[in-house]
Design a protein around this ligand. Structure first.
Ligand code: ADP
Ligand code: MG
Length: 331
């Protein structure tokens, strides 16, 4: 069954920035989707839109069906309930998301008391179980956030996200603020927990290698659009879109600190969403752009089995372009 179906999602911030421009996504229950792309490509905007967490005045269009119900047309009361019991988010900076003056156990229990119709005693018991689940001693429930390490705080955030038994967990760069050893542990933990409980997972990262390791499918975002998507391993090992190729070349292995830098061989930054280039938005940085790319935008098209990419070279015979050869040789 389809857990999440996103159709033609657009997000325009009050200043006019078109941060998400027509995204379609589909996620079956129990499956894991990775979303990759450099900073500024609209990944967090997409995640926030899924739970209507965007600032007031932001225009959102399209459809977001979670368990068949459209998030965008729901009443606020329903949205608040869905935020915990339907889908929950693990953000990057756990220190900023946790309240410094409350014990972490109380913070994990709070959504259960508010949204899951639970008694205080039951919530306390469940909090202990959740802490154990994420690899922390139940006694840590009495700790304040500053008494925990960064990794432990992120574990608390994960416990909180799981508290109301959501069907979907959205993890937005959940390990970027953590050191390398801890990153791998936390990612494995998230993957293990969603697998055990057959939850859907959307894992956002700029690191393709990490996503290839934890997700079934992978979508690559550029300038507010999905420019490539397909089976995670296949996209990581042989991307079809020149942007996907540049991203995967930049991340040779999980946890490599050098992987924080811009994609190798790709100068510049993603465009400003309030001042997008004409044609294919990637053309000013693209090593294989043709003249027509400055004029003509490309829709996603078939790029091998269960794969799609939005590039003029995909599915077209252009002799001498390595991008095309690679795209073809990968089924
Ligand atoms: P990512 O998560 O991929 O780094 P974001 O979704 O955070 O990307 O940002 C996408 C674009 O939207 C960026 O250009 C960013 O500057 C812009 N943006 C993000 N939040 C706001 C906001 N509240 N108001 C205006 N523009 C924003
Ligand atoms: Mg982000």
């Amino acid at each position: 069954m389809t857990l999440l179906e996103v159709r033609g999602l657009t997000v325009t911030y009050p200043g006019g920035a078109e941060a998400v421009r027509g995204v379609d996504l589909s996620l079956a229950a129990g499956r894991k989707l990775g979303i990759a792309g450099e900073s500024g490509c609209g990944k967090s905007t997409l995640a926030l839109a899924l739970l209507r967490l965007l600032p007031a005045g932001t225009r959102v269009g399209g459809e977001i069906l979670l368990d068949g119900e459209d998030i965008l047309t729901m009443r606020w009361g329903r949205v608040r309930a869905v935020r915990w019991a339907g889908a929950s988010i693990v953000f990057q900076g756990a220190m900023h998301s946790l309240n410094p003056v409350h014990r972490v156990g109380d913070q994990i229990a709070e959504p259960m008391l508010l949204h899951a119709n639970t008694t205080r005693v039951a919530a306390r018991k469940r909090t202990g179980e959740l802490l154990e689940h994420v690899g922390l001693p139940p006694a840590r429930a009495r700790a304040y956030p500053h008494e925990l390490s960064g990794g432990q705080r992120q574990r608390v955030m994960i416990a909180m996200a799981l508290a109301c038994d959501p069907h979907l967990v959205i993890a937005d760069e959940p390990t970027t603020a953590l050191d390398v050893m801890i990153q791998a542990q936390i990612l494995r933990l998230i993957e293990q927990l969603v697998s055990e409980q057959e939850l859907g997972l959307i894992m956002i990262s700029h690191d393709l290698a990490v996503l290839a390791d934890t997700c079934d499918r992978l979508a690559v975002m550029y300038a507010g659009r999905v420019v490539e998507e397909g089976p995670a391993r296949a996209v990581y090992e042989a991307a079809s879109h020149p942007y996907g190729k540049a991203l995967s070349a930049a991340f040779p292995r999980i946890g490599d600190p050098a992987s924080r830098f811009a994609p190798r061989g790709l100068a510049g930054d993603p465009p400003d969403p309030s001042d997008l280039p004409s044609g294919c938005t990637f053309h000013p940085r693209c090593p294989v752009a043709l003249d027509e790319c400055a004029v003509q935008d490309q829709a996603l098209r078939e790029a091998g089995q269960a794969r799609r990419a939005a590039c003029v070279h995909v599915g077209a015979a252009v002799p001498g372009v390595a991008a095309v050869q690679d795209a073809r040789s990968t089924p």
